[in-house]
Design a protein around this ligand. Structure first.
Ligand SMILES: NC(=O)c1ccc[n+]([C@@H]2O[C@H](COP(=O)([O-])OP(=O)(O)OC[C@H]3O[C@@H](n4cnc5c(N)ncnc54)[C@H](OP(=O)(O)O)[C@@H]3O)[C@@H](O)[C@H]2O)c1
Length: 247
């Protein structure tokens, strides 16, 4: 039996990068996947690839800087599959704007996409999971969630808050719901490419005992572990998947 047989998973930001790799991995494990992002073209392509491999998925396009998107995404999942077992709050936007240049508009957009949507979607999904007596919520933060070395103000603040949100949700949503987070280091995705790719993180490769950046599939593996009973006594934790850069 596959590890996620019969489970419904909403994965935000699954049109690209580590969210997309997680969508593919979860579909391979027989989850029904709800793919989200702004790009309809890429969302459709992810769903088509999953279906071509015999899996099940639907997509919903939504701009998560608009907070009404939480209800839209939740409703799409409920309309398609009638329930939700796993929520991965993965969608995120990078901001490298210096504190002194940061506008309230950018601050609000980054906080909405990276943090507030996780709260809103978490609240909607947790009500269903509580009733079912079981559920898993996984928040994708960042190593910028524990140190200001890795990101500018808005991004860094959103990721630090994601760490706090994960711990608070775990305390308040147990015993039925497991809430954990992942702190990725440099992972080869479109986000990393947008700031110069591997060449731009040379320092991190040097700092890592593994001497390389990570792949989205390595985040997908951590998500799978946290979404199954393999992690049955783990909640409120943030797992670093960063090649050991801070060890
Ligand atoms: N890559 C890294 O090195 C790294 C390190 C630490 C943490 N992270 C975190 O990992 C998560 C995934 O990032 P990634 O590296 O996989 O980046 P990515 O390839 O750029 O993917 C980001 C995903 O988020 C979605 N997204 C972004 N803004 C959105 C918005 N306003 N509304 C709806 N969806 C939106 C994108 O979909 P559309 O483009 O279709 O809207 C895409 O599916 C993020 O939370 C990021 O902060 C990444």
């Amino acid at each position: 039996m596959k590890q996620l047989e019969g489970k419904v998973a909403i994965i935000t930001g699954s049109t690209s990068g580590m969210g997309r790799d997680t969508a593919y991995r979860f579909a391979e494990e027989c989850a029904k996947v709800v793919v989200t992002g702004r790009s309809e073209e890429r969302a459709k392509a992810v769903v088509e690839k999953i279906k071509a491999s015999g899996g099940e998925a639907v997509y919903v396009t939504a701009d998560m800087s608009d907070l009404s998107s939480a209800q839209k995404i939740f409703d799409a999942a409920m309309n398609a599959y009638g329930t939700v077992d796993i929520l991965i709050n993965n969608a995120g936007q990078l901001s490298l704007t210096h504190f002194l240049e940061l506008t309230l508009e950018e601050w609000t957009r980054i906080l909405n996409v990276n943090l507030t949507m996780a709260f809103l979607l978490g609240q909607l999904c947790a009500k269903v999971m509580k009733e079912k007596g079981k559920g898993h919520i996984i928040n994708i933060a960042s190593i910028a969630g524990t140190s200001a070395r890795w990101g500018a103000t808005a991004y860094c603040t959103s990721k630090h808050a994601m760490v706090g949100l994960t711990k608070a949700m775990a305390r308040e949503l147990g015993p039925e719901i497991h809430v954990n987070g992942i702190l990725p280091g440099a992972i080869h995705t479109a986000m990393l490419d947008s700031v110069g790719g591997e060449a731009a993180v040379g320092g991190m490769i040097e700092m890592s005992p593994l001497k390389r950046i990570g792949q989205g599939s390595e985040i997908a593996s951590a998500c799978l572990f946290l979404a199954t009973d393999e992690s049955s006594f783990i909640t409120g934790q943030l797992i670093r998947v960063d090649g050991g850069v801070d060890c």
